[in-house]
Write a protein that binds this ligand. Sequence first.
Ligand code: ADP
Ligand code: MG
Length: 285
Amino acid sequence: MPRTKKPVDLPTDPLDAMLARLKLGGIRDQLDSLLDEAARSNLSTRETLIMLCEREIARKDHRRIEMALKLAHFPAVKDLASFDFEAQPSIDPKQIRDLAASRWIANGENVLLLGPPGVGKTHLAIALGREAILAGYSVQFTTAMTLVAGLAKAHAEKRLDDKLLGFSKAKLLIVDELGYLPLEPDAAHLFFQLVSRRYETGAMLITSNRSVAEWGTVFADPVVATAILDRLLHHSHVLTIRGDSYRLRAKRKSGLIKAPLAGDGAAVGSASLRPVTGGQGPARP
Ligand code: ADP
Ligand code: MG
């Protein structure tokens, strides 16, 4: 059946038509008001062109960012401005600001955010992902569980290569919550393939409540875990966050909960978590 074409609103004015063809929608939509503004401000032709180009670029940037934020699939809206550094003295704000400049992404390096539940790992992961998008990089956010489930399904359906390619496209891949549940040995191999594929070309940010010393247990295979860590840590920034859950802080203050909770911070924050890294160590030893 022939497809019925949607009627398009064809421009009749030649300038309008040319702006549409050049995809200069920002100028096209506001042409009259922009020209009025230029006349009121007595702008020269050159200054007017600069203003028009600036508006077009601002609109394109805005749209790109909106689209990239959608494609990233962040689970919540978080940014660095809303992160309370005073509440989290184990994090060096300067190190986070350095990472927010996104050079590590350009270099295909990795960031590991380690720490007990509720200390702001996911918040910082999203905030750094957002900064990366503002800097022009593509970002994909996923959880370790979703990632390995997707890879295992693709493997079973004999389309693992396509899936690995899918997870290799974004310049930054964020993998949240590694270690909350132990992974199957098969999952460890699949994760290893992903890490190898991205090694030195695409940056990864991984959050975990487990110290790297415990990743052998997380992956249920110490040999594959070592191979994964070998690649991840080669060019890496390991940040260890310590302290109490931010979520429960207010409740504790009000006396609803007696501090600290059992299990809160049990996994990470001990002396076992010395970074095995060629990059920066934790903010404070
Ligand atoms: P984690 O991923 O380490 O378990 P989250 O990042 O999910 O912790 O933090 C739990 C909640 O507390 C989130 O709503 C987060 O925005 C908030 N939060 C944690 N730490 C801070 C902080 N230092 N400043 C502001 N909000 C914080
Ligand atoms: Mg989290």
